[in-house]
Write a protein that binds this ligand. Sequence first.
Ligand code: PMP
Length: 404
Amino acid sequence: MKAGAAEALSAGEHQGAERALDVERVREDFPILKQKVHGKPLVYLDNAATSQKPVTVIEAEERFYREYNSNIHRGVHQLSERATKAYEDARVKIQHFLNAGEAREIVFVRGTTEAINLVAAAYGRKNVQAGDEILITAMEHHSNIVPWQILCEEKGARLRVAPVNDRGEMIFEEFEKLLNSRTRLVSVTHVSNVLGTINPVREIVEAAHRMNVPVLVDGAQAAPHLKVDVRELDCDLYAMSSHKIFGPTGIGVLYGKARLLEAMPPYQGGGDMISSVSFEKTIYNVIPYKFEAGTPNIAATIGLGAAIDYINQLGLDNVAAYEHELLEYATEALSGIPGVRMVGTARQKASVISFVLDGIHAHDVGTVLDQEGIDSKCRPPRGPRWPSIIRRRRSTGWWRASKR
Ligand code: PMP
C-alpha cells in the first residue's frame, strides 16, 4: 500500500472521523478519481453498485500476471506454489475479516449472487421438499429473491416474504409469525442496497435458531460499511462480493459453518472439487474445495486479498464513522430541498441514500448529475416493495469529502 492513506490515519487516532480519515489523501490512492467527466472533477457516488479500486489492488492483480501467473493446487513448480500461497493467503485474510473460526469455512465464488445460488442449489436440493418454505424479507436484492423462486418452483415449495414498514424496516413480529415448522431456510440482507436499512441480524438468527432454521445473510452491502463478525452474528451462511469492498469483480465469498458446508452436496462438478474420480464413483474433496470446481479467478482472489489489506490499514471503524457523518450531512442537505422525498429512513441505517424528486424521472436526474461529473445510480422502480415510486439512489463512498 502507498504510504499516504495509512499515514493519514494514524494522525487522527483519537480525534473523530474527519481527522481519522484524511479523505483527500485517501482519494490519491484511487487513480480513477483523478479524471474529469464533462470537464468536471469526477464525483463517484455509485458505490452501492461497485466501488473503485485503490492502486494496491490494481497492482496486486498485475503482479500476478506479470510475475507468477500459473494454476493453483496443481503444479509443484515455483510459480504454482507462489500462486497457491497467495490464493490461500487471501482466504485467511477473509477469514479474519469476517471473524470466521476456520479458513475452510470460506468458499470463493463469483460474488454474492453466486453464493446465494450455490446455497439454493446445494442446500436446497438436499433439504427443501414440496410444501416447505423459504423465508426472506421485502427489502431483498433480486439476487436474494430469484434463486429462491427458482428453487421453490422446482420443488413445489413456497417463498414467504416478511413485510417492511414505511421507514424501510423489517417488521419483526411479522417475520416471527412467518417462521414455522415448514421453514427450511431464512435468507435476509444485512444492509438493504436501496434503503440502507441495517437488519437486526443477531435477533433474526436467534429467532430462526429457536425453530432450528439456518440463516443465510446477504452481506453484499454490509461488508463495505460495517465490521462483520459471523461468529457474533451466529449466522450459518454469509455472502459477500469483492467488488463492493474495493476488490476486483468476478470474485466473492460464501462463509458457511463447517458442519453445514460439509453436509451440503457439491454445487458444480469438475476439477479441484474431487479427491478421487472413477467412472463408478467419485469422492469429493474436503471443504471449501468441494465447492470450488474448476480453475478459479486466481488474479481477482489475490486482488481481493490486497483489498482486505487496504481496508485494514484504513480501519473499517474509521471508514464507518466518516460515512456516518456523510450520511447525516447528505440526509439533512437533501431533506431541505423542495420536492425531494427520502426513501428509507430506518433507525439503523448504513450510508445508502435513496430519494425521489417529485415530477422528475430518475433518468433525467441522472443525466443532469452526469453533466456535473457526478456518477450515481438512477433508475425507475423494479423492486416489489416500492412499486409506485421513482427511485434515485446514491451511496456515499468514504472518499467523498463532505465539503465538496
Ligand atoms: N445483494 C445486495 C444487497 C446487493 O446490493 C447486490 C449488488 N448490488 C447483490 C446482492 C449482488 O451482488 P453481485 O452482483 O456482486 O453478485
